[in-house]
Design a protein around this ligand. Structure first.
Ligand SMILES: NC(=O)c1ccc[n+]([C@@H]2O[C@H](COP(=O)([O-])OP(=O)(O)OC[C@H]3O[C@@H](n4cnc5c(N)ncnc54)[C@H](O)[C@@H]3O)[C@@H](O)[C@H]2O)c1
Length: 445
């Protein structure tokens, strides 16, 4: 039996041992999907706090209930460790480690490098490896393949001894209709056999696998998806600024355009981009293109507009304060919602942090409330804040000189906010359905 046939047989009858390197927002739900479908899964993560929490049967990821973690752990289908040596036992490994930016705006490949370095110590004949982390085109071929096929002790032939693919994770945290299980999964391998092996594995747990001809096509598909979103958001943010100068309600314009049943897709303006993906991923592509002497113009323009949105929001708040005979200096600002999008507990890259930092620089006395996020800190500005408790929120709304709605969580009662705030600046049009021409205390972006 060849290593490929042997591996395919184990993947089909689910005796293959599955390792998930990196058990965060992406890795944990993926591990759960494999475990739910009967695979034996081991999550490997250097963060001992996560391992300890998991081992108590508690989930630290909002989309994964603790009951699921406890049940899968009890059945033996899902375990977690910080010990990389266990990789030696694995037949199939997904890499789901972070791919952030450095302070300079360049890709930070250190997590992919360190995870692959660990895996290279234990890689063996008959192993399939799938990189899931979003990254620039060429990463799988240029980084994973050399490190995994020649670790100084052995040489493995890709497509014969070892099978290497890239499959981008597309999960949208907090979403219930499209999940890790039913969102089609793009798979691009170094060879046809690589894709065949990885497809056999993933199809054993996920609904639809979409094969492409190379890892680069799969890497680029993910960047297309997120660049598409980032550029359209940049475009609609600019439209919001143009509408304000024209004295036109941007939200009305968008709704009117969205009534077209074809050829238009609705995007909405906001206080800036957030999350681990949309603000970051396109910059992986523009960085790679720079190395090829090509400037990714759409990405750079959209990035500039989106990055400026917190500043634009603060300038509009200042204007609103001015209209009320006030300034920001020494006055109370209550920010509602700091998560980067509604109804989730993720504050990574959230524009709320920049909005707060800019308000503070203007001398405002800023407090915040978020039902999902009890503490925040700004990495570069070096401050920390704690959320007001839920039962103190409405009192703070009444006392604030301006309430700034940054994240439109469903938990907020918008008619009540309108009733109690003296001035409400709404960056998301959450109050749109409740305001009319006689509402004077609400200003929308
Ligand atoms: N969060 C999302 O919504 C989302 C969606 C699609 C794609 N992605 C991409 O998926 C990747 C992972 O993102 P995430 O949100 O799960 O990140 P995360 O920070 O939530 O999780 C990453 C995990 O990897 C662990 N880790 C760090 N170094 C490691 C190493 N050397 N070996 C093993 N584990 C290591 C960390 O401790 C952490 O638990 C990124 O490339 C991201 O761009 C994320």
């Amino acid at each position: 039996m060849t290593p490929k046939d042997d591996l395919i047989a184990k993947l089909k009858n689910k005796t293959a041992k599955i390792g998930i390197l990196g058990m965060g927002y992406v890795g944990m739900p993926l591990a759960v999907v494999f475990a739910e479908k009967g695979f034996n899964v081991l999550g490997i993560d250097p963060d001992k706090r996560k391992v300890d929490t998991f081992n108590k049967g508690i989930s630290y990821i909002q989309d994964v209930p603790s009951e699921t973690v406890a049940r899968l752990q009890k059945s033996g289908h899902l375990n977690m460790t910080a010990d990389f040596a266990d990789l030696a036992e694995m037949d199939a490994v997904s890499i789901c480690v972070p791919t952030p930016l450095r302070q300079t705006g360049d890709p930070d490949m250190s997590f992919i490098l360190s995870a692959t370095e660990e895996l290279a110590k234990y890689v063996h004949k008959g192993m399939v490896v799938v990189l899931e982390s979003t990254t620039y085109p060429g990463t799988t071929r240029e980084i994973l393949v050399p490190m995994l096929t020649n670790n100084g002790k052995q040489t493995l032939v890709v497509g014969e001894d070892i099978f290497i693919c890239f499959s981008p994770e597309r999960v949208d945290p907090g979403r219930e209709d499209w999940t890790t299980y039913n969102t089609p999964k793009v798979m691009g391998g170094m060879t046809k056999d690589c894709v065949e092996v990885a497809t056999t594995w993933y199809a054993g747990a996920l609904e639809t696998i979409v094969q492409v001809s190379s890892p680069e096509a799969a890497e680029m598909a993910k960047l297309l998806e997120n660049t598409f979103r980032m550029i359209n958001i940049g475009m609609v943010n600019e439209l919001a600024m143009m509408c304000e100068r024209l004295g036109v309600d941007v939200w009305e314009v968008i709704d009117a355009a969205a009534s077209k049943p074809f050829g238009f897709m609705k995007f909405t303006p906001g206080p800036g981009l957030g999350g681990h993906c949309i603000p970051i991923d396109p910059l992986y592509l523009s960085w790679k293109m720079k190395a090829l002497n090509y400037s990714a113009k759409f990405i750079e323009l959209a990035s500039e507009i989106n990055t400026n949105m917190p500043r634009y929001v603060v300038s509009r708040i200042l204007e609103g304060m001015n209209d009320r005979g006030k300034t920001l200096k020494g006055n109370k600002v209550l920010v509602l919602g700091v998560a980067y999008k509604p109804d989730i507990d993720d504050v990574r890259e959230s524009p709320a942090l920049d909005v707060i930092a800019l308000l503070q620089k203007k001398g405002a006395l800023v407090e915040y409330h978020d039902p999902y996020i009890s503490n925040i800190h700004h990495e570069h500005e070096h401050w920390k804040l704690s959320s007001l408790p839920d039962d103190k929120m409405m009192d703070a709304v009444r006392k604030a000189d301006v309430v700034v709605l940054v994240t439109n969580h469903k938990a907020y009662n918008y008619p009540d906010l309108i009733k109690n705030a003296s001035f409400l600046f709404d960056t998301r049009n959450a109050t749109g359905p409740y305001v009319n021409d006689s509402t004077t205390n609400v200003v929308r972006l």
